[in-house]
Design a protein around this ligand. Sequence first.
Ligand code: ZN
Length: 124
Amino acid sequence: MTFSSVDSLCQNLQGLSLDQKRQVFYWLAAAIATEEAAELVLPPRPNTSVVEQRHYEGKTYQNEKRRCGKAGCRCMEGDIAAVGHGPYWYAYWKDQGKLRHQYIGKRPPWLRSQARATLQTLSE
Ligand SMILES: [Zn+2]
């Protein structure tokens, strides 16, 4: 898209109602977050084996097996994919240029919202 066509797009958007502008705004924010997550390149982490990676609602999720670092633990010797703890899900995202991460656990958020929806259907 050229600059002039972005210009005319913006001029067209001027004509929208406040509510429609909000809808466009939320749609754009979600689209940007999803694309940014897809672009996120995670540096390889030591003592971590990635089982699965997925982009969801603007974050990158990885299902990882890890070594805990404790001497004598069963995870410390051999192939991480075989002996590592987990797998557990971790979320990764960029916040003002800084890479952040968060421990999620056994169940990724897309399964949680699915479970909630199923419960809701059952209770209706
Ligand atoms: Zn361990």
